[in-house]
Design a protein around this ligand. Structure first.
Ligand code: C2E
Ligand code: MG
Ligand code: MG
Ligand code: MG
Length: 281
């Protein structure tokens, strides 16, 4: 009987794995087609100063408009793009598109502040990102410090020996550097000592806790203090409630993004906000 169960279990896993492998392959092919077929788009989520309430920048977030599947979340395809190496091309497109858009807004006399993009470790190493970044900035004719590069702690860790060298090259481009999802990875403190970054982004999960009964503000407070001590900007992500914003203001956090003020939106919508000369929280 045990044998039979084992056999069934195997059959079950095997069918499941085949299905998963097929789904993966399908997704991989669709990603390649999508890249060639202009199916990707950047959404922009406004970032606000907590002190003044003014819009100070935006995070560019990729969206995939698949002809049959509709809008696909990056959480679904970024990991696969990373595994397959497609992230180099996809991430390259993200940077070029963000730079092009920034150029256009500046040409229209609009001031979007900074534009942040997410860059994965695979992309940093394989695509020789710093050199590429320099070229894109030069070709688009934008000030490099208008671009903010978001790296996660885990992607810094994944760089291993090459971290120092790559981050030094990144600094050299003049772009701003931010650590994304700060607090969820490892080695944050030793990295902060060794590499100069401009900003820490407090992960949404910690901001979320600010809303809880008997609220855990410990980590948020610690990150804000750390940022102040090291003269780094601290930005909170995932702010959904007024009470969270009030606590963040009390703790001395510099800036925030979140559904409370604005969700990620298509470029034209973001442009309208810029035109309105948006202000005051
Ligand atoms: P992330 O960089 O931490 O981006 C923040 C995510 O939080 C975004 O999800 C954003 O829509 C969401 N968010 C913002 N405010 C709120 C809020 O108030 N409440 C909640 N519940 N969520 C909020 P999104 O756009 O689905 O992106 C997910 C992740 O995919 C990003 O996390 C980032 O790691 C990755 N990603 C997105 N675009 C790119 C890209 O162009 N390149 C790379 N390598 N990764 C990207
Ligand atoms: Mg990010
Ligand atoms: Mg983040
Ligand atoms: Mg996050």
């Amino acid at each position: 009987e045990a044998k039979l169960a084992g056999k069934n279990t195997f059959a079950f896993y095997s069918a499941d794995m085949t299905r998963m492998a097929r789904r993966r392959l399908e997704l991989e092919e669709a990603l390649t087609t999508g890249l060639a077929g202009d199916q990707f788009e950047l959404f922009y989520q406004p970032v606000y100063s907590i002190g003044s309430g003014e819009l100070i920048g935006a995070e560019a977030l990729i969206r995939w408009r698949h002809p049959d599947w509709g809008l696909v979340s990056p959480a679904e395809f970024i990991p696969l793009a990373e595994e397959t190496g497609l992230i180099v091309e996809l991430g390259g497109w993200v940077l070029e598109e963000a730079a092009r858009q920034l150029r256009q807004w500046l040409d229209q006399g609009l001031d979007p502040g900074f534009v942040a993009i997410n860059v994965s470790s695979r992309q940093l190493v394989r695509g020789h990102f710093p050199g590429f970044l320099k070229r894109v900035v030069k070709e688009a004719g934008i000030p490099a410090n208008r671009l903010e590069i978001e790296l996660t702690e885990s992607s810094l860790l994944a760089l291993g020996d090459r971290t120092t060298e790559l981050l030094a090259e990144m600094r050299d481009t003049g772009a701003r550097l931010a650590i994304d999802d700060f607090g969820t990875g490892y080695s944050s403190l030793s990295y902060l000592r060794r590499f100069k970054v401009d900003k820490l982004k407090i992960d949404r999960s910690f901001v979320n806790e600010l809303a809880m009964e008997g609220g855990g503000e410990g980590i948020v407070k610690a990150v804000v203090r750390l940022g102040q001590a090291m003269e780094l900007e601290v930005q909170a992500e995932g702010v959904e409630l007024e009470s969270q914003l009030i606590t963040l203001a009390e703790l001395g956090c510099d800036s925030f993004q979140g559904f409370l003020r604005a969700a990620p939106m298509p470029a034209d919508e973001f442009r309208k906000r810029l035109g309105e000369g948006h202000s005051v929280a």
